[in-house]
Design a protein around this ligand. Structure first.
Ligand SMILES: [Zn+2]
Length: 296
């Protein structure tokens, strides 16, 4: 249980944590407090916008769901724009079993169960909308993802909460929400790592500072030239004496080098063959002409 942070304390906490904060005009009095409670607060909810250029809609909302739709909008470039101070329309009903795990700062976060009942998530949870299409292909640039980690860590730090107070909308929603499109266990681990350091900590700065690894976007490990790749069954049969093919595996380096060499030899052979065929054609024409003359 905690009283919500004031606008000034929120901005100060975020700035200390290294978040680049922008303030939307009028945000300090922009909320849904006339429609319901705000606080006590117990946790933090992470969302993706499922759209682009969505600052405007997160501020004003839609015809069926008035804004603010979060407390903060997070742009691709890592700028965190404050859009709401107070109750915001972001969480909707939160499953009691999921909310209880947040309340208890449980290390495990169960799948939200409608049967467990619901609580008014908009009264109890801070919310951030991270700009992302949410299709699994739109990347979260490192500067944006790290800003989200800092944002969540700043609020945890201000309240004395652990990273287990941070959940994704998909972890509380009884309406089938799927956001955010990254792994929340990894996100919580990244927030926890920040909380082990001071607010001013930057991952990788200095020595022994540790590093946080953003889970999205994942980078594929490149294939190395020394990696072994499988060759077809027919190859050892075709070349039974080739020691390099006996275990049906070949290094990428050998495969590429061999393919290049063989294709070049084949190319030269075809060129020589073309020349010979052209010469034979000429000779054949001469022979045919002599034969015709003989018959005439
Ligand atoms: Zn959401």
């Amino acid at each position: 249980m905690a009283s919500p942070l004031s606008a000034d304390r929120m901005v100060a906490a975020l700035s200390l944590e290294g978040v680049h904060v922008a303030e939307h005009a009028g945000w300090r009095t922009h909320n849904r407090n006339s429609k319901g409670a705000w606080g006590p607060v117990n946790g933090i909810l992470i969302h993706h916008t499922a759209g682009s250029n969505s600052l405007g809609i997160v501020w004003s909302g839609r015809s069926d769901l008035p804004g603010p739709l979060a407390h903060t909008h997070l742009a691709k470039n890592g700028t965190a724009t404050m859009v709401g101070n107070g109750r915001a329309n972001h969480a909707g009903p939160a499953a009691v079993n999921a909310f209880t795990a947040v309340l208890n700062e449980s290390e495990t976060h169960p799948r939200p169960s409608n049967a467990s009942g619901t609580v008014d998530g908009n009264a109890r949870l801070y919310g951030i909308e991270i700009e992302n299409l949410g299709n699994g292909r739109d990347p979260y640039p490192a500067v944006q993802y790290q800003a989200a980690v800092r944002w969540a860590a700043a609020i945890c730090r201000a309240h004395g909460w652990s990273a287990n107070s941070v959940v994704g909308h998909k972890e509380t929603s009884v309406e089938g929400k799927v956001d955010p499109s990254f792994l929340m266990d990894t996100f919580r681990a990244d927030v926890a790592e920040r909380l082990r350091h001071s607010a001013a900590w930057s991952p990788g700065a200095g020595t022994g500072g540790g590093t946080t690894t953003p889970n999205p976007p994942k980078k594929e490990k490149d294939m190395q030239l020394t990696d072994q790749v499988a060759v077809g069954d027919w190859q050892p049969r075709r070349w039974p004496d080739d020691k390099g093919l006996k275990d049906k595996r070949i290094s990428v380096e050998t495969a590429l080098g061999s393919a290049y060499g063989h294709s070049r030899v084949a190319h030269e052979g075809v060129d020589a063959l073309r020349k010979e065929v052209a010469e034979v054609k000429v000779q054949l024409a001469e022979v045919l002409a002599v034969l015709k003359q003989g018959r005439a």
